[in-house]
Write a protein of this length. Structure first.
Lengths: 684, 555
């Protein structure tokens, strides 16, 4: 019987799967090694550890790094770019900023299409959307010939002002399909991103064309394999925006899946915020090489309308994730006689010294091992045996150079890494006008729970929550989201020139489009809803804030311009610390987001501890603040709701280790989260 | 005096000071009112110790490297050390003290912990208007009095309370008092945030530990820099170039001469032989000259090390009072960075023989400003558009130079997209393209400039500031020089005219302004260029076939 809701998160090393059993209300976790050559193998293996047959699956979603990997490794297809005459070079001019201030040898991010593969096509609209010059159809037909002769795999089309009138882009596609047949991949800029700024829109279309065929092939193959093995429900894919969509839609709009990897964790944070009644979270995900920070504010993910990968921009909704080069693999090294930790990482090969794969430089993982904070037998659920002697040799070598004994050196490496991560979190929150002390820290990923309490201590945060399945939290988060479709439309008006009725009519049309798209996603009518917002700024600013609207009809209501100006001012105040009510504002972009509820896994309560019943534990010496202390060692699966204990303590489970220093208490909440509080902090 | 301090603590303090500066910068960017600060990053922040040494800094523009300490120092020299009192905040924008134009306002204050002076925090930011004769600043000022309100060190806040009258005096002297007051308060909030961070660090670690760590951090930075300089053979290195003119007397070039002397791990920069201060506004104060030399130095010596009080210790700078680099009252300073940009490029030129693997050919060099103004017939509103234009950068050993990049002084500024420009202003941009053959040829080719062509859709005015035609971007080691900039009004028409600088030239509907910027210098002899690279350049349109045949005959 199909009763499992299943999510699959394909990481660089492991593929995590989580299943929610609709019959029993319980969650199951599975894992396998990622199989880079053909990801479907790893997915199927991981799946097999959870369900007998894909036929048992009632709903499924997965996060894929296929597109992103193709992009990062430059394994996408060869793209032919068609651009407006006179503006063909804008993709390479790339707006010209120097993002490194002191670099004589600065180069811009390498574009995905060389200049020789960009063809200029006659035809032009003006800023009012009026056609100045008709499309040069012969030039398009000649471009089709170039495509045929040049070994290309996709075409991107990006004309000036196509966000106002897409006629030339649409006609271009018609001609190309006529000339080249229905199988050719064509990405039109107004479909990839219906917003102004030709460079950013062109870049969006190019990335989509470049990665699209790779994502498409992968999704087709995975879906076919699963269907063959009995899957009878549509496969869904995580999007960069934190929502999901069907694989069928993702094949049409693959750009949206590009940054889906780490987003699951943030969406897990959103659901956790609801379940534990803490609307403001700082989510930290620490793995081997990077440390990802994201925010949940008032129960909502922090989403921005633009993203960059390796410097190339994409206009699409994306959950804001700040990545810092700090992880278990961060190397401690010497510079001019001083200690440095990171940003360089030992990576997976050679990896930390304790992996025994030839690494000799001490890393953060080695330091944790020397301090006794990692159990060598139980790292990654016992799948990797750690060499404590190698770690000790590496750490003590560095210690000698700095005049520190091995233990002081190991703790020093952790202290420096923790201080850097904490400062990075602080700068991120300061720039958003947020006080981190008022937030709860949520830690997941393999190394996150090992460092989280130290970060909280640095930041003055009183409460740390380590959710169940911290190593598979991203996968868990994917089960907690909606179908999401984003629509945007450039709508540039000064407040004085706005026709509110026209704005309402445009929004109504977008609402209709949004709801129709949910029907295509298979969302039942009663579970469809749309939200609207408008990007606004003060006249002459470049950057905008996305201001929510009550509904599509709001602009038509009495006093709209004043109401929205006030709402914008409030948002500006909280984001930038000031506002300028009464100053002219500009409307820039209309946004409609369609959400479809396909149900989700319910919160699972874990068994409660019997009155007065304890849990098995043992003691081991672990170093905290310079001294080895008898420390409580607990297996997470032995804990029941209501259990509590004091640090120093270490909680081990197959996917992560939680380190609790002295002065903190741990309690297990009804849904199995470890809630760590500074001694004396009251339960909020 | 210095106790031995735990290396772990040193590293934590080093990161904490750098992060405190980042937090100050984030606060300023977050709370500033005007886009020139929060979008263009025309600002800088720093934490200083009680001896005016930099503990941490964060700059939005390269040219703002390390000249905030001169402001606290000058104030102390003028009024004595007793002048510092808890809760005070100071302001200053005197060009001859701060070094830049009057628009760059510095706000700073002392930091006290338990009644002991432990340091200072400071920030400088560009104010959109300080009451000069033309809105936003003039292109043709001939003395400082035309350039706006000029403040020596002046208390803005005393013991936490606004000094009566000062803020209103400022407000009555500037054109946009509301935004200006907003930016001023953002700057005050910034230095207060820095004060809180520095106080936290002092309280957590204690002043003695902080000072011992500071000495160790400075020693590390100095050691890293001295290592690089010691590797440069001792000797005298020179470079020379010219600004086209000072913007007033268009026929007289303004020479800039740099002599660098390396001796052991010390390095001296001497610009005393450069031009006398000019009538036009291409002058600056000494401290900005020091900053420019520091930028030139940092590009070669320590690009990745965060600046602190240990930076630049091996370096001295010699400036002549009364020259363009050591302007005295009443020299006009509005356009203070054109000769500084040239000076920065010349550091790499002078040191090229000693550091062939680190230098690069020169860049196009200046902001290449196009200022268009008029009344938009679509909205019947007045508009002013001010744009810097991208150009080419120099090649180096191992790579071609970058094409279409903002100049050194403007940091991470972006161009304005055609779609945004045409929506905002009544013009058509008919062409925006790479300018082929504008980069200098070489084994590695200089990057190309751009061509941006505007057609006026109604009557309007244009002002231009294009530089570096007398000294276009030079090549190195046999690499060719780049093409100079070129602006043509109405190309191919009977009334065609060429010019590079002008103020308020009238245009009629249908008139065309074709702006072409220069490229970057080449590196190494063109005859050694990889033939495959030549063919690729021709395919990509970066180099024309004619030019390829001419200079790359081997390919």
């Amino acid at each position: 019987m199909a009763r499992f809701r299943v999510s699959m998160d394909i990481g660089g090393t492991f593929t995590d799967v989580i299943g929610y059993d609709e019959a029993t209300g319980r969650y199951l976790v599975g894992k396998s090694s990622t199989t880079p050559d053909d990801l479907t193998d790893g997915v199927l293996t991981a799946l097999a550890s959870l369900v007998d047959s894909p036929g048992d699956i009632s709903f499924t979603v997965h996060g894929t790094t296929q597109g992103l990997n193709a992009f990062l490794e430059r394994r996408g297809v060869k793209v032919l770019l068609l651009a407006s005459a006179g503006a063909g070079d804008t993709y390479h001019i790339a707006r010209g900023p120097r993002t490194r201030l002191y670099d004589l040898h600065f180069r811009k991010p390498e574009p995905l299409v060389p200049l020789r593969d960009i063809l200029e096509i006659g035809g032009r609209f003006d800023a009012a959307g009026a056609e100045l010059e008709p499309l040069d159809e012969d030039a398009v037909r000649r471009a089709a010939q170039v495509y045929r002769d040049g070994g290309f795999g996709a075409i991107a089309v990006a004309y000036l002002f196509s966000y106002l009138d897409p006629a030339h882009e649409l006609r271009t596609r018609e001609i190309l399909l006529e000339e080249l047949g229905p199988e050719v991949t064509i990405s039109l800029s107004h479909e990839a991103a219906k917003e102004w700024r030709e460079y950013e829109r062109t870049s969006s279309a190019v990335v989509e064309a470049y990665t699209g065929p790779v994502v498409r092939r992968y999704l087709e193959r995975l879906e076919a394999n699963l269907t063959e093995r009995g899957l009878s429900v549509p496969l869904h894919v995580m999007q960069s925006s934190g929502g999901i969509l069907t694989a069928e839609s993702a094949r049409r709009r693959p750009l949206q899946t590009l940054l889906s990897g780490p987003v699951g964790g943030t969406m897990g944070g959103v659901e956790l915020a609801r379940q534990i009644g803490r609307p403001n979270l700082i989510c930290v995900d620490m793995g081997g090489t990077s440390f990802d920070v994201s925010l949940v504010i008032d129960g909502q993910p922090d989403i921005s309308p633009e993203a960059k990968i390796e410097g190339l921009p994409m206009l699409m909704s994306v959950v804001n994730i700040h990545t810092i080069g700090a992880g278990g693999g961060s190397v401690a090294w010497l510079e001019a006689g001083g200690l440095r930790v990171g940003p360089r990482s030992a990576g997976a090969t050679p990896g930390p010294a304790c992996y025994g794969r030839g690494g000799t430089e001490p890393t953060v993982t080695d330091a944790n091992l020397v301090l006794g904070r990692i159990d060598p037998e139980w790292f990654a659920g016992g799948s990797v045996a750690l060499d404590t002697a190698a770690a000790t040799t590496a750490v003590s070598g560095l210690g000698e150079a700095l005049g520190l004994d091995t233990v002081a050196m190991a703790e020093g490496i952790c202290d420096v890494a923790n201080a850097k991560m904490a400062q990075a979190i602080r700068t991120i929150t300061v720039s958003r006008g947020i006080e981190p002390r008022e937030f709860t820290l949520v830690a997941f990923g393999g190394a996150g729970p090992m460092h989280a309490v130290f970060l909280a201590r640095e930041l003055g945060i009183g409460e740390v929550v380590v959710p169940r399945f911290p190593g598979a939290f991203s996968a868990w988060g994917m089960l907690q989201t909606d179908i999401r479709k984003d629509f945007s439309d450039t709508y540039f008006f000064l407040d004085a020139d706005l026709d509110p009725a026209d704005m309402a009519a445009r929004l109504a049309a977008m609402a209709e489009e949004g709801l129709a798209s949910l029907a295509e996603e298979g969302v039942p009518e009663e579970n469809r809803r749309v939200e609207h917002a408008v990007d606004i700024r003060y006249a002459a600013q470049e950057y905008t804030l996305t201001v929510p609207l009550e509904d599509a009809a709001e602009p038509a209501r009495e006093g709209f311009v004043e109401t929205i100006a006030k709402r914008f001012a409030q948002q500006h105040e909280s984001r930038y610390g000031h506002a300028n009510l009464g100053a002219p504002i500009e409307f820039v972009t209309l946004r409609t987001t369609a959400f479809g509820d396909l149900g989700r896994g319910a919160a699972e309560e874990i068994p409660a501890a019997a009155e007065g019943a304890g849990f098995p534990s043992r003691l081991r010496e672990v170093v905290f603040d310079g001294a080895a202390r008898p420390t409580l060692l607990v297996r997470r699966e032995e804990l029941a709701a209501g259990h509590d204990f004091e640090g120093p303590a270490i909680v081990m489970e197959s996917t992560a280790t939680t380190v609790v220093p002295p002065g903190y208490t741990v309690s297990v909440d009804p849904i199995g989260s470890l809630v760590v509080r500074a001694a004396g902090e009251e339960n909020k | 005096m210095s106790q031995k301090v735990d290396p772990v603590v040193v590293e934590i303090i080093r990161n904490a000071l750098a992060a405190a500066a980042d937090d100050m910068n984030a606060t300023l960017i977050r709370s500033a009112y005007t886009p020139i600060i929060y979008e263009c990053g025309d600002c800088v922040v720093a934490l200083l110790d009680d001896q005016h040494q930099v503990l941490g800094q964060s700059a939005g523009l390269p040219i703002f490297l390390g000249n905030l300490e001169t402001c606290t120092k000058a104030t102390e020299e003028q009024f004595g050390r007793e002048v510092w009192r808890p809760g005070d905040v100071w302001i200053l924008n005197d060009s001859y003290l701060g070094g830049t134009h009057l628009n760059d306002v510095t706000i700073f204050g002392p930091v006290f912990v338990d009644e002991e002076l432990v340091g200072f925090t400071a920030t400088r930011a560009h104010w959109i208007d300080v009451g000069s004769k033309d809105p936003g600043g003039s292109m043709d000022s001939v003395n400082i009095f035309q350039e706006g309100l000029r403040l020596g060190p002046q208390k803005l806040v005393e013991g936490g309370v606004d000094v009566p009258g000062v803020m209103s005096t400022i407000a009555t002297n500037v054109r946009f008092p509301y935004q200006t007051s907003g930016d001023m308060h953002a700057m005050i909030a910034t230095i207060k945030m820095g004060q809180a961070r520095l106080e936290e660090i002092v309280r957590r670690w204690g002043l003695d530990t902080l000072r011992a760590a500071r000495d160790e951090i400075f020693a590390q930075t100095e050691a890293l820099e001295r290592e690089v300089i010691a590797a440069i053979p001792d000797g005298v290195y020179t470079a020379e170039g010219c600004l086209d003119n000072d913007g007033i007397d268009l026929d007289t070039p303004v020479p800039v001469r740099l002599t660098i002397t390396v001796s052991g791990s010390d390095i001296d920069f001497d610009v005393r032989d450069s031009a006398d201060q000019t009538v036009g506004p291409v002058n600056c104060g000494v401290s900005q000259t020091v900053s420019a030399c520091r930028v030139g130095y940092k590009l070669l010596v320590s690009p990745d090390v965060p600046g602190n009080g240990g930076s630049f210790r091996p370096m001295t700078v010699q400036v002549r009072e009364g020259s363009v680099f050591g302007a005295v009252a009443p020299a006009a300073c509005q356009w203070y960075f054109s000769h500084l940009g040239l000076l920065i490029d010349m550091v790499a030129r002078a040191l090229a023989p000693a550091l062939p693997e680190k230098v690069a050919g020169a860049s196009h060099g200046d902001s290449m400003i196009v200022l268009l103004a008029g009344r938009d017939p679509r909205t019947r509103r007045d508009y002013v558009s001010l744009e810097a234009t991208l150009g080419g950068w120099g090649a180096w050993d191992g790579s071609d130079g970058e094409t279409a990049l903002i100049n050194n002084v403007n940091g991470s500024l972006k161009d304005i997209p055609i779609e945004v420009f045409e929506t905002r202003y009544p013009f058509r941009i008919s062409t925006y393209e790479i300018r082929p053959d504008s980069g200098g040829a070489g084994r590695f080719r200089g990057g190309n400039g751009v061509v941006r062509e505007y057609t006026a859709l109604h009557d309007c005015t244009v002002s231009l500031w294009f530089e570096r035609s007398t000294t276009p971007a030079w090549g190195l080691f046999g690499g060719h020089d780049a093409a100079p900039p070129e602006v043509v009004i109405n190309p191919g028409r009977e009334d065609e005219r060429r010019l590079l600088k002008c103020n308020g030239l009238r245009l009629k509907a249908g008139d065309v302004i074709r702006c072409a910027t220069g490229g970057g210098g080449g590196f190494g002899p063109p005859a050694e260029r990889d033939p495959g690279a030549v063919r690729a350049d021709v395919l990509d349109g970066q180099v024309s076939e004619t030019r390829a045949k001419e200079v790359y005959a081997h390919a």
